[in-house]
Design a protein around this ligand. Structure first.
Ligand SMILES: NC(=O)c1ccc[n+]([C@@H]2O[C@H](COP(=O)([O-])OP(=O)(O)OC[C@H]3O[C@@H](n4cnc5c(N)ncnc54)[C@H](O)[C@@H]3O)[C@@H](O)[C@H]2O)c1
Length: 263
């Protein structure tokens, strides 16, 4: 029970990674607000989690929704100890074919939404001089993947926002960290990732597999716990080695062809 006594908001928690995080937090003793713009699914998830979990409908890119989310969390649990900015949307469109509308929509939800919820929640943490904010970024914000101009730029923005918030909120006892997942098996990646995308990940990720939502949740539990008290401004990659990988091929020192001057 590493989160006993803590109250947490997880955005985009109706399904996928957010649901796994909310479930893991509750299993570790936290009181959880399962927030999502999909109200029915959020309610179903909160019911499934049971205990103190409550569902709150909120679109993170709408100011009034964010304000009411924070108020409802405070009236339910009296405080917010942990915020996980998980809600986000994906997009895979070639740069030359991207529209202004799509670019702005992705940035508005993934980056501006993260800013809005963080600021609103941080204002409640400041007076208590304690809190933890965890931002779900992405490997697409660190590497230039095909089709990821809007999505990658939004997630790179989240990583920089993560650093600035960590610096400015340190005096108030608030820790701010990000998790950058590699490819994770969720409904979205199951339906949106083409065969080519899947094959590319299996070729490029040293562990040769997609991660599970629960593997992101494990990292989130650690960052939300007191064990992470001296960690702030950090991005924890949970990516099967994807970022670390350079040349990646089956090398056999006996059979590999040597250049003439090495023989
Ligand atoms: N699945 C992956 O491979 C992967 C990899 C790297 C990063 N991520 C990031 O992890 C997070 C979760 O991804 P997922 O795969 O679980 O996605 P998902 O689509 O399964 O779940 C996202 C949830 O967020 C909600 N949501 C979307 N826009 C919202 C908004 N404006 N306001 C409130 N809720 C909103 C959706 O209703 C949904 O329930 C996202 O930020 C995503 O960018 C995912």
């Amino acid at each position: 029970m590493r989160l006993t006594g803590k109250a947490a908001i997880v955005t985009g928690a109706a399904r996928g990674i957010g649901k796994a995080i909310a479930t893991a937090f509750a299993a570790q003793g936290a009181q959880v607000v399962v927030s999502d713009r999909d109200e029915d699914a959020a309610k179903a998830t909160a019911l499934e989690i049971g205990g103190d979990a409550i569902a709150v409908k909120a679109d993170i890119s709408v100011d009034a929704d964010v304000e009411s989310l924070v108020q409802k969390a405070i009236s339910a649990f009296g405080k917010i100890d942990v915020l996980v900015n998980n809600a986000g949307i994906g997009a895979t469109t070639l740069f030359l074919e991207s529209s202004r509308e799509e670019f702005e929509r992705v940035v508005r939800i993934n980056l501006t939404g993260t800013f809005l919820v963080s600021q609103s929640v941080a204002k409640t943490m400041v007076s208590r001089k304690s809190g933890s904010i965890i931002n779900i970024a992405s490997l697409s914000g660190q590497k230039g993947g095909v089709g990821r101009s809007a999505y990658g730029a939004s997630k790179a923005g989240v990583e920089l926002l993560n650093k600035v918030m960590a610096v400015e909120l340190a005096d108030y006892g608030i820790n701010v960290n990000a998790i950058a997942p590699g490819p994770i098996l969720t409904e979205v990646s199951k339906t949106m990732h083409t065969l080519e995308t899947r094959e590319a990940y299996h070729r490029l990720v040293p562990q040769r597999r997609y991660g599970e939502p629960e593997e992101i949740a494990d990292a989130a539990v650690f960052l939300a716990s007191d064990e992470a008290r001296y960690i702030t401004g950090h991005t924890l990659n949970v990516d099967g080695g994807f970022l670390a990988a350079g040349l990646l091929f089956p090398f056999d020192s006996k059979t590999s062809t040597k250049l003439a001057d090495e023989k």
